[in-house]
Design a protein around this ligand. Structure first.
Ligand SMILES: [Zn+2]
Length: 397
């Protein structure tokens, strides 16, 4: 999940910003040198460069360092490894890319997973959609990028392990659109992926996620419902909840929106596993989006109208004040009244250390799955619609 309100992340962003500022002057000489050697301007887009084949083939897939889907043969599926940032050993993190290019031109939709490395259902969702596509019957393009944060996926971790000062975990979904010339690998990687793979090739984008490790979630979108193109896509999913929110800057979906590409962030339940029941809902919704954009003909399936999706404009976490074992008293998607007890926390002797109540009414959007929690851990995320009865009763703050 993306709206985690973790203060540690804010501190980390500040540190990255400081380092970038301090280091900028010293970096100019080496950066200019690198540009002269490579002949690449950091701001070059894929459309300016065209598709660049490095000449390498890895596991039978051609390696590219830039993609322009205009260059690809129509009516076919194409698979590549995209050359991302270098590893500490000087080898390269490759990102898996598949393009289903229709027989005739049309809208271009991007399906993205692996921005967080412990979120597996998104990978399977996109694989399932790509499997169903017949490019000879398509007008337009669907591009899949499966594993943006490769080192995080290899470790089944949310964050990118940077080795600069000993392992430092960086949330790449706070770094977009990235910066190819940044002094830090994850930021560079974000810039390479954004500039050379995504930006010039998409009309619409969907960046699939799940809850973070230790949490479970409903079938959920984080989506800017004030943007008509986003709203139209988000409502095509037969899911439980939509949180209408701008979230934080640096999210991939927000960077795409800033680049003129309507985008949103589905959250497909639990991390680390394939949740097939929930995957099916998101495959159906994504196929609806593909039909909605005229990329494939066919009937629209079940949508948010069928699932009676709850659209919320507010969210608040219930955060532990103590450490200890957590017993949750509410289920996912349950409607909770203001003041209702949502969790009890006990110490090792079984003595009650704390009881937690909802500060206002709403529905449960996410809840903790780990049985323990230290002080300051969000154990329940509640969402509410300020204009409706659900969550309408504001209590004492
Ligand atoms: Zn995520």
């Amino acid at each position: 999940m993306t709206a985690d309100g973790n203060e540690g992340l804010d501190r980390r962003r500040f540190m990255i910003a400081s380092v970038a500022t301090v280091g900028a002057a010293g970096l100019m000489a080496t950066t200019a040198n690198a540009q002269a050697q490579s002949g690449q301007d950091g701001s070059a887009t894929a459309s300016e460069q065209g598709t660049v084949y490095t000449g390498d083939v890895v596991e039978g897939k051609q390696v590219i360092s830039s993609l322009d889907i205009e260059d690809l043969e129509p009516g076919k599926k194409h698979s590549f490894y995209f050359k991302g940032v270098q590893m500490p050993t000087g080898q390269t993190w490759y990102v898996s890319v598949m393009v289903a290019k229709g027989a005739t031109p049309g809208k271009r939709l991007g399906l993205i997973s692996g921005v967080h490395g412990d979120e597996m259902s998104p990978v399977h969702t996109i694989q399932s959609v790509m499997n169903q596509l017949d490019p000879t019957a398509m007008s337009g393009t669907v591009m899949a990028v499966f594993d943006i944060s490769r080192p995080a996926l290899e470790g089944m971790t949310r964050r990118w392990p940077s080795s600069g000062r000993g392992i430092d975990l960086i949330d790449i979904n706070r770094l977009f659109p990235g910066n190819e010339q940044a002094p830090e690998a994850a930021m560079r990687h974000a810039g390479l992926v954004f500039n050379r793979l995504l930006r010039a090739n998409l009309d619409y984008g969907i960046d699939f996620h799940t809850a973070a490790t230790g949490m479970d979630m409903t079938a959920f979108h984080l989506a800017r419902m004030d943007l008509p193109d986003v709203r139209a896509m988000a409502e095509l999913y037969p899911i439980e909840q939509i949180f209408d929110n701008k979230a934080e800057p640096g999210l991939l979906a927000n960077a795409l929106i800033d680049a003129g590409i309507p985008a949103f962030t589905p959250e497909i339940g639990r991390p680390r596993v394939f949740d097939h029941e929930m995957i099916d809902l998101f495959v159906e919704g994504t196929m609806n989006v593909i039909k909605h954009h005229g990329i494939l003909p066919g009937q629209i399936g079940r949508t948010g109208r069928d699932s009676n999706v709850f659209i919320a404009d507010g969210m608040f976490p219930v955060i532990t004040t103590h450490g200890g074992f957590i017993e949750l008293l509410v289920q996912l998607n349950e409607t909770v009244e203001a003041g209702q007890k949502v969790a009890i926390q006990r110490n090792t002797f079984g003595e009650v250390m704390a009881e937690y109540t909802a500060a206002r009414g709403g529905k449960v959007g996410a809840r903790r799955t780990d049985a323990t929690a230290e002080p300051g851990t969000p154990i329940v995320f509640m969402i509410f619609d300020s204009a409706s009865a659900v969550g309408g009763d504001v209590v004492v703050e």
